[in-house]
Design a protein around this ligand. Structure first.
Ligand SMILES: Nc1ncnc2c1ncn2[C@@H]1O[C@H](COP(=O)(O)OP(=O)(O)OP(=O)(O)O)[C@@H](O)[C@H]1O
Ligand SMILES: [Mg+2]
Length: 219
């Protein structure tokens, strides 16, 4: 079953006179439960593509489907609902809220989506091996721990799809391995669909499929 699809996706940034065509005619289909890596040189458009697939940004041309929903034409409210239900996003730079504890960071999406599941955030911190750190603030956590909190946060609303943009980019090899194992485990044990942008070719090779992007196109 196809869970995510892009059709003739294009993105051009306009800044006054200057136009930068970043993505051109991207077509892709992601199956439910697949683990897919997106690889390609710096500046080739990987983050732009992931942002469009997540509905964080609008394409210039083409369409994105998440499940049955075409998201590019949706207003912010409907889009936020679908995103909340279907997607978890993990960033290279963790993007935790510094004034909230680990547990509060994980709880936040539940609050924003009006979900009352008081135990779920704790369970997810447990899943990523951090229940002993739930009262720590982000600055009191190592990079690898912060990324595990970010993954717990991405999972807390139980989305079927996880999108990750270089989730191991800021981590040493030991912590990278922990994050990679965690992402593979989510796919294997929980049938999550995982789409991960990475520069790490060894990591990409372990995926079920690699999508190579070059100069805004799939090769
Ligand atoms: N807001 C913007 N305005 C203009 N150009 C942009 C904007 N955002 C990105 N770009 C350009 O789009 C191109 C693709 O950027 P993108 O961040 O998608 O690349 P990437 O493949 O993720 O690179 P990296 O591996 O370095 O993260 C780059 O050349 C960048 O300069
Ligand atoms: Mg990028």
């Amino acid at each position: 079953m196809t869970i995510m699809r892009a059709v003739e996706l294009g993105k051009t940034y306009r800044d006054g006179e200057r136009e930068t065509e970043v993505l051109r005619g991207i077509n892709l289909e992601i199956k439910k439960g697949e683990f897919v890596a997106i690889a390609g040189p710096s500046g080739s458009g990987k983050s732009t593509l992931l942002g469009l697939l997540a509905g964080l940004d609008k394409p210039t041309t083409g369409h994105v489907f998440i499940g049955e929903n075409e998201i590019t034409s949706l207003g912010e409210n409907k889009l936020a609902k679908i995103r909340g239900k279907m997607l978890g996003f993990v960033f290279q730079s963790f993007n935790l809220i510094p004034t909230l504890t680990a547990l509060e960071n994980v709880e936040l999406p539940l609050l924003l989506n009006g979900i009352s599941e008081p135990k779920r955030a704790k369970e997810l911190l447990d899943l990523v091996g951090l229940s002993h750190r739930n009262k720590h603030y982000p600055t009191q956590l190592s990079g690898g721990e912060q990324q595990r909190v970010a993954i717990a946060r991405a999972l807390v609303c139980e989305p079927p799809i996880i999108l990750a943009d270089e989730p191991t980019g800021n981590l040493d090899s030991k912590n990278s391995q922990i994050i990679k194992d965690l992402l593979f485990r989510l796919c294997q044990d929980q049938e999550k669909t995982v789409l991960v942008v990475t520069h790490d070719l060894e990591f990409a090779k372990q995926a079920q499929r690699i999508i190579h992007i070059n100069d805004g196109q799939i090769q």
